[in-house]
Design a protein around this ligand. Structure first.
Ligand code: PGA
Ligand code: ZN
Length: 436
């Protein structure tokens, strides 16, 4: 080691992009970065289905190939525009590298180079630097205090844009909190998942156990309460107490069932106004152990978010996903106006690791919880597992304990927990509580 100039070891020697498939058979951008010290980092861009209007731009080719979802332009942008500029830079200078890509793109939403091209490069650079040090990514990014394993919000019944059923609400999640370790929490979640499978089969027949995009079941249910009841029932059948060992959360993804012309939300066979929908949420929180509601209203409705935060924000998390799109300006507006008290963090919504870290910091400074999240279209990439531990968010949302692209993240967290040994912390329910 001493024979080398340490600076030289971290210099980016090679950047190469290619397309790989995501979990929905669509191509996505994968980038490999190699440093002169032989550190290798590989990362892939995920992709959403219920995307926010204000997200950074995912560059697709259009045309016939891959039904328009091709990413050859984005791949080319990495190989011929980004790579030549980043080559020779110090891979540890994440901020400089990310801002260099932002400068090269020079659009407000990364639409020239593509957020898919930029995000895969950004994450691959961080991994290459970590690998050059011989450190796991979470430790490279988070240092020695990064040892809190996130409490998972696990989507085990899929609806909305993620499933072929009639549930308006997109995600019905369980939060296994009655455990002292992450691995034990994961065991509880998997037991509930298996009980849910038997319950659905008994009640709705064999086709009810088909799974949706995030590994949750997509049963032929019509109403919100049917899904919540199924969760409570399976938690009990698994031998746990709903509201104590296992809590519930929903992601309404309400932009998806909002009818702009009518200014109504189409849910459970009814057309509800904003205030009627708020009443429904209040009832559901009374009836079920729901501790978090994501995107309860459509993505432009800061007013609706303010109201629900006023009504329910002292008891539960009100999470902005499509509302904030991991964008610091939109988060700041939410903070100013008292809209939501938590933010969903998706690296590809904003496009770089640096901006993601900035948003998480802004959230924590203002007592907003941050939940690190996957997308419905995923790959085997495990970066978000590391980011959740590194940034000490205490919370992660990465689907059911099923389907390889979802379990990749959970399994990586198991490895991180093992790596940390007795240093590892699992906060369970405490991770949901306000710190100040
Ligand atoms: P998406 O959904 O990845 O399809 O956008 C996930 C979510 O809404 O949280
Ligand atoms: Zn969401």
């Amino acid at each position: 080691m001493l024979l080398y100039d340490v600076e030289e070891l971290f210099r980016i020697e090679k950047i190469k992009a290619r397309w790989i498939l995501d979990s929905r058979a669509r191509p996505t951008v994968e980038v490999e970065v190699k440093t002169q010290g032989n550190g290798i980092g590989r990362a892939a861009a995920p992709a959403g289905a219920s995307k926010g209007k204000h997200e950074a731009w995912e560059l697709r080719d259009g045309g016939r190939s891959f039904k328009g979802y091709g990413v050859s332009k984005a791949v080319r942008n990495v190989n011929s525009i980004i790579a030549p500029v980043l080559r020779g830079m110090d891979s540890r200078r994440q901020r400089d590298i990310d801002y260099k890509m932002i400068e090269l793109d020079n659009t407000p939403n990364k639409s020239k180079l593509g957020a898919n091209a930029i995000v895969a490069t950004s994450l691959a650079v961080a991994k290459a630097a970590a690998d050059t040090y011989g450190l796991p990514l979470f430790m490279y990014l988070g240092g020695k205090y990064a040892r809190t394993l996130p409490t998972p919000l696990m989507n085990i019944i899929n609806g909305g844009a993620h499933a072929g059923n009639e549930l308006a609400i997109q995600e019905f999640m369980i939060i296994p909190v009655g455990a002292d370790t992450f691995s034990d929490a994961l065991r509880i979640a998997s037991e509930v998942y298996m009980e849910l499978k038997s319950y659905l089969k008994e009640k709705y027949g064999p086709s009810a156990v088909n799974v949706g995009d995030e590994g949750g079941f997509a049963p032929p249910m019509k109403e919100t309460r049917e899904a919540l009841k199924a969760l409570v029932e399976s938690i009990k059948r698994a031998g746990y107490e709903p509201g104590k060992d296992v809590l519930l959360a929903i992601d309404a993804a309400a932009s998806q069932f909002y009818n702009e012309d009518k200014d109504k939300y189409i849910i459970d066979g009814k057309e509800l106004s904003r205030s009627q929908l708020l009443e429904l949420y209040k009832e559901l929180v009374e009836e079920y152990p729901i501790v978090s509601i994501e995107d309860p209203f459509h993505e432009e409705d800061f007013e609706g978010f303010k109201e629900i935060t006023r009504e329910l924000g002292s008891k539960i998390l009100i999470v902005g996903d499509d509302l904030f799109v991991t964008n610091i300006e939109r988060l700041r507006r939410g903070i100013r106006e008292g809209a939501a008290n938590a933010i969903l963090i998706k690296v590809n919504q904003i496009g770089t690791l640096t901006e993601t870290i900035e948003v998480v910091y802004e959230a924590s400074q203002n007592n907003y919880k941050a939940i690190i999240s996957h997308r419905s279209g995923e790959t085997e990439d495990t970066s978000i597992a590391h980011i959740a531990v590194a940034l000490n968010t205490g919370l992660i949302k990465t689907g059911a304990p099923a389907r390889g692209e979802r379990t990749a993240k959970y399994n990586e967290l198991l490895r991180i927990e093992e790596f940390l040994g007795s240093e590892a912390i699992y906060l369970g329910e405490k991770a949901l509580k306000k710190t100040k």
